[in-house]
Write a protein that binds this ligand. Structure first.
Ligand code: SAH
Length: 211
């Protein structure tokens, strides 16, 4: 990726280390990524705070801690081909694109998808494919994936995503409506194993029509 790490991004990465993020590759990706690029200029001054922020259309860019935590969990199995559901601002995609060989990402709001694509191009991240579509369906033509990360809360685990996991593949997904559990679901020889990681708070993974 082109560009030089800013002091603010470096400080954000140091702060995340202080709250338990240990993977040095994840911390470097945070330190290298200009989060202000993923926000409206009016919110730029808050870009390096460890908080979720609005990105329009009722959606949010996730809190940096949760981006880092989910990325760290996903990397444990050393995935090469990864699917993200909920491109949003593109920030999580930019972090992932620096750490895996190939990223596919799906978003149901066209305007967000267009902006995210431009931002990643600007950062010289070219290993990302974008799909305008319904994340409940995953991206079957591009599968199977070594890992799938869902960045919106699903009412239940989408069957299509389980079907698009490679053997030993891992799905990281927030599940629930008001209170949500972040789950790690692993495909094993004897079926899927699910583990609760922590409580989280995401916007919903919407059912139905594309926006
Ligand atoms: N990963 C994003 C977080 C965005 S918030 C980031 O780093 O900024 C969740 C995103 O999921 C929103 O952009 C929302 O439009 C999208 N989303 C919600 N339901 C969806 C669905 N069924 N299919 C695809 N995207 C969906």
């Amino acid at each position: 990726m082109s560009g030089v790490a800013s002091t603010s991004a470096l400080n954000l990465a140091r702060g995340l280390q202080g709250v338990g993020i240990n993977d040095t590759n994840v911390l470097s990706a945070v330190a290298n990524t200009p989060r202000e690029l993923f926000l409206d200029a009016a919110l730029g001054h808050k870009a390096y705070e460890n908080t979720a922020l609005p990105i329009g259309q009722g959606q949010t860019i996730s809190q940096p801690y949760i981006v880092a935590r989910m990325t760290e969990l996903l990397l444990e199995s050393q995935p090469k081909r990864v699917l993200e559901i909920g491109t949003g601002s593109g920030y999580q995609a930019a972090i992932l694109a620096q750490l895996v060989d190939e990223l596919c990402t799906v978003e149901r709001i066209k305007s967000l998808q267009i902006q995210a694509r431009q931002r990643l191009k600007r950062l010289d991240l070219h290993n990302v494919s974008f799909k305008y579509g319904d994340g409940w369906q995953g991206w079957a033509n591009k599968g199977p994936f070594d890992a799938i990360m869902v960045t919106a809360a699903a009412s239940r685990v989408p069957q299509a995503l389980l079907e698009q996991l490679s053997p030993n593949g891992v799905l990281i997904i927030p599940v629930g409506e008001h209170t949500q559990q972040l789950l790690r679901v692993t495909q094993t020889d004897s079926g899927f194993q699910s583990e609760i990681i922590e409580m989280v708070n995401f916007v919903p993974l919407v059912n139905g029509e594309l926006a």
